[in-house]
Design a protein around this ligand. Structure first.
Ligand code: FAD
Length: 407
């Protein structure tokens, strides 16, 4: 790829495509940047996503306006709760944010539009335009068609998880991140729940394939699945229903198995991979959106740094982000595998003590020192939890102030 970068096409209007486009345009308003998205504006799959301060910090460094907009639209959740049948529950510390995917995409779309990105919804990528572009950003998701067309060159590897999951919503508003486990005659099943704004929460329901088959989910429609899950989790949802389709979604959520995508290289010819087309991390670590945004930040920075040498920019981006992703994917794999064996843990000694189970769940990605366990035990007491929460809230305020002072 030689010559001045005049034309960048981002295929896919998810977080990776929109963020790359808007950050590139902000750094270099002279660039001709387009986003091509096959769905209509506002029509997206999936419910809410969680994130932490680091996503806001990353966005803030490059575009404070978008960071502020995401923060003000997000819900803050404090602490985590682990629930077992029979009203047994335990607490974990920490805090995070969450936002409905549709709301996040709306913010990114509006910002990209303000900055002059050529936004084309309900459009498929045109092969002739892609061939003529200086840079094509394949931000077309985990099933990326652009990547699959050159699978051997990218060295794509896809590993499918053992469990089944479905991405649902509910009008029950959780104030903490909630893991709720239930035992059915067919085996264990659980959800990862968190508030996602506008009076709804997100519930990602997960179970081993044996449970899924035993409960007959393979033969049920999405509406029938949600109704049965609503009955199973009634105690945790205060009897409120589970919903299979956010407003404006092109189709109801369907049961799936997680696909872990890795690539030996993220660049081939004039194409670079970004976001889920390059890498996926299991949903239990809540990192995919943040990692997609970090790809965008790096790609925009490399493109600005190397000017018209697009090949050098792509290669620098590839080296930096692949190295950063490797440990993240290993850690996410540990988390996925913990949930794949959760039934054994739940039926073992840790399943008898919800506090120990909560600790095992929290420490699933690696070894932690003994003092962490003591801190966890202390967190079960209301007074200590309040103290811990005030310390966390000071830390959060400091980070918010730091972001505000940066510009
Ligand atoms: C159940 C579940 C829960 C999750 N929870 C979290 C979480 O809590 N926190 C978090 O950070 N991440 C979470 N994620 C991951 C996160 O959703 C993804 O990592 C993120 O959406 C990746 O962004 P992306 O832009 O790469 O891909 P996507 O968001 O998948 O966007 C790709 C876009 O490309 C479009 N497209 C595809 N092909 C074409 C084409 N040929 N032409 C035009 N357009 C095309 C698609 O329509 C889509 O809009 C979760 C994922 C799942 C499955």
């Amino acid at each position: 790829m030689q010559g001045t970068v005049v034309k960048v096409v981002c295929v896919g209007g998810g977080p990776a495509g929109l963020c790359t486009a808007l950050l590139m345009k902000r750094r270099a308003p002279g660039l001709d940047v387009a986003v091509v998205e096959r769905n209509a504006a506002g029509a997206t799959h999936g419910w809410g996503v969680v994130f932490w301060d680091d996503l806001l910090d990353d966005l803030n460094a490059d575009d404070p306006a978008v960071s502020r907009a995401v923060r003000s639209a997000a819900c803050l959740w404090e602490g985590q709760q682990v629930r077992l049948p029979g009203n047994r529950s335990a607490h974990l510390g920490g805090y995070g944010y969450s936002i409905g995917r549709a709301r996040l995409l709306q913010i990114l779309t509006e910002r990209a539009d303000d900055l002059g990105v050529d936004l084309r919804f309900e459009s498929e990528a045109d092969p002739a335009e892609l061939a003529a572009a200086d840079l094509v950003v394949a931000a077309d998701g985990a099933g990326s068609g652009l990547r699959e067309a050159r699978r051997d060159t990218f060295g794509t590897s896809i590993r499918t998880g053992l469990n089944r999951y479905v991405w649902l919503g509910t009008p029950k508003v959780f104030d903490a991140f909630t893991f709720a486990f239930e035992k059915t005659p067919a085996g264990w099943i659980w959800f990862h729940g968190y508030p996602s704004g506008d009076g709804v929460s997100t519930c990602v329901v997960e179970c081993p394939t044996a449970t899924w088959e035993g409960l007959g989910f393979d033969g049920r429609t999405p509406a029938e699945s949600s109704a049965l899950l609503g009955e199973i989790f009634a105690d945790h949802l205060d009897g409120l229903p589970l919903l299979d389709r956010p407003e404006g979604a092109p189709a109801p959520s369907a049961w799936q198995r997680f696909r872990e995508v890795t690539n030996a290289t993220w660049t081939a010819g004039n194409v670079v991979l970004a976001g889920d087309s390059a890498h996926t991390t299991h949903f239990s670590v809540g990192a995919g959106t943040r990692l997609a945004v970090q790809d965008s930040v790096e790609l925009a920075a490399c493109t600005a740094r190397y000017g018209n040498d697009v090949a050098a920019a792509a290669s620098a981006y590839d080296a930096a982000r692949r190295a950063a992703l490797q440990p993240r994917q290993v850690s996410a794999r540990h988390s996925m595998e913990w949930f794949e064996q959760a039934g054994t843990v739940l039926d073992g000694p840790e399943g008898d003590d919800v506090v120990d189970l909560a600790y095992a769940l929290w420490a699933r990605r690696g070894g932690y020192p003994q003092w962490r366990y003591r801190l966890h035990r202390a967190t079960q007491h209301d007074g200590f939890r309040r103290l811990r929460s005030s310390v966390t809230s000071v830390r959060r305020t400091v980070r918010e102030r730091r972001r505000a002072q940066q510009h």
